[in-house]
Design a protein. Structure first.
Length: 291
């Protein structure tokens, strides 16, 4: 059964309906956060053309131990647009709304995906008080991309309410960019991709391609005690994971880097069990010591 939903407000995704929803006003517009669980705060930041559902297979696992907080970042999902298409402009309402949920000096852990890694890295530098920073499918590194094939433009099908063409386009794009193993691409994955892409109003691609990741990590290494781990799927199309891991470990020997075999870019969805267990163990590591 094709489970594309065109009216998102009337037909929430099954996970969304199980989460506590916060619509928080800021000077730059409303930011919508979702919450599950109790304990120390764990932030999950989605990728470009994404929303909170990028973490569909991870939220309930971590909610067994943590208070999991997942925004639709400004310009994505149910949140209002960011005032400008920059990380700095996105962070102002994001942090302002976050501090309506937790104290401004409360220690948090942050797990990011793709473009969210650039946002999360800057959040560490701007806000501080981050014990652990994990970036999955990190972009912004200037390592050559490895496209699997051309993406299909889905916007005409969406505008014409052609659900079959929209479904086919989203499924194709998942296989070309997000997921390596085609058997993982079910109706649920297509539904998440459709909701995320059709509600995106933030131009993240140019930021992701412009670099800056390693420069942010260098500043984090020099000025914080944050534990950092970088994880890529073996077949990530946004860069060569083996090369990226080697570069990361050469530049940041106190950080960690892993390549998850048999996975593509959306590694926390395709290899959810492995990622969940790996991160749970890593999150228990004490903060680094600043020399």
């Amino acid at each position: 059964m094709i489970c594309i939903v065109m009216d998102l407000s009337k037909n929430p995704h099954s996970l969304t309906s199980r989460l506590k929803r916060h619509q928080l006003a800021t000077e730059s517009g409303d930011v919508v956060w979702f919450e599950l669980g109790s304990g120390a705060p764990l932030l999950l930041l989605h990728g470009g053309f994404g929303n909170h559902l990028h973490w569909e297979k991870n939220i309930e696992f971590f909610a067994q131990k943590y208070r999991v907080l997942i925004p639709d970042m400004p310009g994505f999902g149910e949140s209002d647009k960011a005032p400008e298409h920059t990380i700095e402009a996105l962070l102002i309402p994001l942090i302002s709304s976050l501090h309506q949920l937790i104290k401004s000096d409360e220690l948090i852990d942050v797990v990011c995906f793709s473009f969210g890694g650039l946002v999360g890295s800057q959040l560490v530098l701007t806000r501080g008080h981050v014990g652990h920073l994990a970036i999955l499918g990190a972009v912004g590194h200037h390592v050559e991309r490895r496209p699997r094939g051309e993406l299909v433009n889905w916007k005409e099908a969406y505008a014409n309410n052609d659900q079959k063409a929209l479904y086919d386009a989203m499924r194709h794009n998942l296989l070309m960019h997000m997921i390596y193993n085609e058997s993982v691409i079910d109706d649920n994955a297509v539904d998440i991709q459709t909701r995320a892409c059709t509600s995106c109003r933030f131009r993240s691609r140019e930021i992701s391609w412009s670099g800056g990741l390693f420069e942010k990590l260098e500043r984090i290494k020099e000025s914080t005690a944050t534990q950092v781990i970088l994880i890529w799927g073996e077949f990530d199309v946004t860069g060569d994971p083996a090369m990226l891991a080697e570069i990361a470990l050469m530049r940041f020997p106190h950080f960690r880097a892993r390549v998850m075999f048999g996975a593509g870019h959306w590694v926390q969805f395709e290899k959810a069990n492995e990622i969940n267990e790996l991160l749970l163990e890593w999150l228990s590591l004490p903060n680094l010591k600043i020399a």
